[in-house]
Ligand binder design. Structure first.
Ligand SMILES: [Mg+2]
Length: 427
């Protein structure tokens, strides 16, 4: 029989899957409190930074020369940092991680630190006057004290500083530089247009920064501090807003279902222990299928059909290169070995098989539940009253039933997984 499992995935029922994936409110509050404590430690520690950190470590040699020659105070190489959340908390795709995994899965709260910095000309290009290496060291020093006090663990990652709060959660802080001149202009404009009320940009609140300034900063001079192979800090061009905008646009075009299906796939990834399969690659797959679904009946009110359509496309998507949708020439699958890729694709084949067995070929509601549990883990509800037998009106509810019943053979042909203009396999 053909089953409508939408309510089991997403409904007002307290036992539906998406409610079980939700991070408990108390845990979310706790994580935000930790984030705020870390922000405060950095903010207050950098206020009189010359008392704690050597100028020659914090400011590049070129910048010291350049600032001196312009008779500018070196202590004003940068201003007060502002913060803005990134990653799944800003995409609204956070899941409470599945329990019982070894090692335990961790909630990943990504925070961005934006330091308004004077930029100087260097080798024909503009560069932040702050030294990436000194920036890392200063923030690490400031966080070390808070970590010790709270029993948290500081870890140095390639492009961020990680604070592990406990076995199941960490906060990542990415360190950016943004041009102070542009920052100041944006604040003045915002004030002139009555979008900002308080005086003095030193006291600009993070909320106002996020709402009024962050989205208006130009991309070309934004830099992210990274560690090179030698462990030393360096600056790379990076704009975290691009991916965020890309995903927000997809949600605007195709609705919240893009978010929900992304969360089901992330939960599937976690259940199947596919740690290296980045969330953003799964989100790309979801968006790609929704984009190419144009011309067919939308997945109106049917998260199960949307998930099935994405699952059907997933093995082929994972076998091919996955482009970064906002940075030409870069990819989302760069770190994958062939073994990884095969493991991801074969897990995706299994997902299709489980969903087919659950939604298309199931003989009883219990069979449906069993296959959904296999695919999505024990948080999928076992309450069969959330499943609806679609058989009597299958033709009306499903755009192309013959495609849905065609099984796995359908994805073994040579056609590309994703075809512009749509492909009836996703219908
Ligand atoms: Mg992270």
């Amino acid at each position: 029989m053909r089953v409508n499992a939408h309510k089991a995935l997403n409904s007002t029922s307290e036992s539906c899957y998406v409610k079980k994936l939700k991070l408990p409110k108390a845990r979310e509050d706790e994580l935000r409190a930790v984030r705020d404590e870390l922000r405060d430690a950095i903010r207050s520690g950098l206020k009189d930074w010359t008392d704690h950190f050597p100028i020659t470590e914090m400011v590049t040699r070129d910048a010291i020369v350049a600032l001196n020659s312009e008779q500018l105070d070196v202590t004003e190489a940068f201003g007060r940092p502002k913060f803005r959340m990134q990653g799944s908390f800003s995409y609204s795709t956070v899941n409470d991680p599945a329990k019982g995994k070894t090692p335990p899965l961790q909630i990943d709260l990504d925070d961005g630190m934006f330091l308004p910095t004077r930029y100087i000309n260097r080798d024909g290009a503009v560069a932040p006057s702050v030294a990436a290496d000194g920036y890392f060291r200063a923030v690490e020093t400031l966080l070390a004290d808070v970590c010790e006090k709270n029993g948290w663990t500081l870890k140095r990652k390639t492009s961020c500083i990680r604070v592990e709060i406990d076995q199941e959660a960490h906060v990542d802080i990415a360190l950016y530089a943004v041009p102070e001149s542009e920052f100041t202009t944006l604040i003045e404009t915002a004030k002139a247009q009555n979008r900002l009320v308080q005086d003095g940009f030193m006291e600009l609140r993070d909320e106002d920064f996020a709402e009024e300034i962050y989205g208006r900063l130009s991309a070309d001079q934004m830099r992210l501090a990274c560690r090179g192979d030698d462990g030393r800090g360096k600056w790379i061009p990076s704009d975290p807003r691009k991916l965020e905008d890309w995903f927000r646009d997809a949600v605007r075009d195709h609705g919240d279902q893009v978010r929900f299906v992304s969360r089901y796939l992330k939960a599937w990834r976690d259940e199947q222990d596919l740690g290296g399969l980045a969330s953003i690659a799964l989100m790309w797959a979801v968006v790609e299928v929704f984009e190419n679904h144009g011309g067919y009946k939308p997945f109106n009110g049917r998260d199960d059909l949307a998930l099935l359509a994405v699952a059907r496309a997933l093995p082929d998507i994972l076998r091919q290169e996955i482009p970064n949708p906002v940075v030409p020439g870069e990819r989302l699958d760069q770190g994958w070995s062939n073994t990884d890729r095969q493991a991801f694709a074969s897990a995706a084949m299994n997902l299709v098989a489980q969903l087919d067995a659950a939604l298309i070929k199931s003989s009883t509601p219990q069979t449906t539940v069993q296959h959904m549990l296999n695919a999505l883990g024990s948080r999928f509800p076992t309450d069969v009253s959330l499943l609806v037998d679609e058989a009597p009106e299958a033709g009306a509810a499903v755009a192309a039933p013959e495609v849905l019943t065609s099984g796995l053979l359908e994805i073994k042909d040579d056609r590309p997984a994703v075809k512009l203009g749509g492909d009836e396999r996703y219908a």
